[in-house]
Design a protein around this ligand. Sequence first.
Ligand code: SF4
Length: 505
Amino acid sequence: MQFPESSVASPLSEKGSNKRHFLGYKPQFYLQCPSDEAPIESLWEIAAQRLELLQEIDKLRSRNSSFQELASAIEKSLFLRRHQNEYYSYEDIIPDRLSDAETRDVLSHYLLRLAFCKERNAQVWFLQNETVLFQWRLENSAPPQIDALLDQLQSLCSEEEISLRKVVKNLDQVSEFAQLYHRLYQKLPNSMTLMLYQVPFEQVPELVRHRSVIIRSGYAYLFPEQLTSFLVSRFRSLLSKNLGVLRKMVHVAEEQEQLKLLLESLRESQQLFVNQFSSYSLEAAEKSGKAIHLEDLPQVMFHMPLCMFRLMKRLEQNHHLKHGARLQLGLFLKGCGLSMEESVHFWKTEFSKGGISSDKFDKEYAYAIRHHYGKEGKRASYTPYSCMKIIQQRPSAHEEHGCPFRELNSNSLDNLLQTYGIQDAECRASIVQKAQEGHFQVACGLTMQMKKLGRLTVSEGTASTEESDSHSITTHPNHYFFESLARKENYSPGSDNSPNRERRH
Ligand code: SF4
């Protein structure tokens, strides 16, 4: 099996598991449910990373990309992730017990398995993209890793009725094997004896369909080069079966409140991903009639989630934002309906207040904005970031982007919440507490409820009113924004009819 050449070194080819990103770990069938204990924050981290990679794979699949293109994209993604993790001192974030790649790999796989086993569509989505990841790992594996996989399968023989046997054929006596080998690989086998793998023919439907295998007495005989197809097919059917079994038991895992929150967040993130192009594209915002425009910004600022509100405030004060913050806020505004021309005007006006000339802006900043709208470079139209992505992409010391529920200490968060309009100290304390416990998206959901209800009864650190749902989780800043606007009675973008219209100036 030849892996396509790439300018980026394969993560699997790097020596030592510590050097690998856990998503580039060796292929496995995930037969053993993990029994490791891990801090909930670490679980959020690794689950989010796996989900994001599967989403990247899914995007490429939906464009009918070839396996070579998929493989190259996975390699590049893992290469960048590993270096990003080093840059952000990932090992400091993830405690020691999760520092080995295998534990992270198994745990993250099972978390997503738990999250997506409940619904048929989610099951299929997970199955398809995990299978691509497995196949990519397989293509990058050395012979001992393949042998270990085969041993794993053999151990399942009795219960799974998998039968795999190595046989040696002498090509003098069975020339049809040599002919088939020549047809498939345009060369002759290296020796006159050939090692073959005998499996029940129904376990390699792809090979049978393409007449790439010789069948005798109900068994197909595979060349070593064909093992990938067999192993991928086994992976898919084992995972499919296990998802069905897990579906009946997932309620047991969900009895743990923190795990339940994580699984729900993964499901919501996934749902938003599936709907993202229709939900948060500029075109969709325009079509829905919900799009906001430049003149609406002052009055809708307090409907933005805290991460965007904070950046708007910073921009208002400093008349400048660093690259990460411009990207986070710029894509969010795009998803709210701001056109490219409006965006350029918006940033130019703000930056000019800080002394940046029109010329300098055009030279240094305008290109990036046009790029986000797909008018420059590779002309990909970028979509706004989800909460998972924002929470994961941690800013360095002098940057302001990211999720404030994660990035700010208690005092700064409390001050920001006050500026945001949450005047009740007890309410703020309950939000800060959620953030300190690592429930960033729950803290954000709670913030929206507090703003909506004005004042809540707070019991045992959790807001409780007839209307409040203490488990409301924010999964996407644009979702928060449109939800908040929808809750504001009589508001319509571009009009003066909204009650309590807030002004920035
Ligand atoms: S939870 Fe999401 S929307 Fe809320 S502040 Fe964090 S990143 Fe923004």
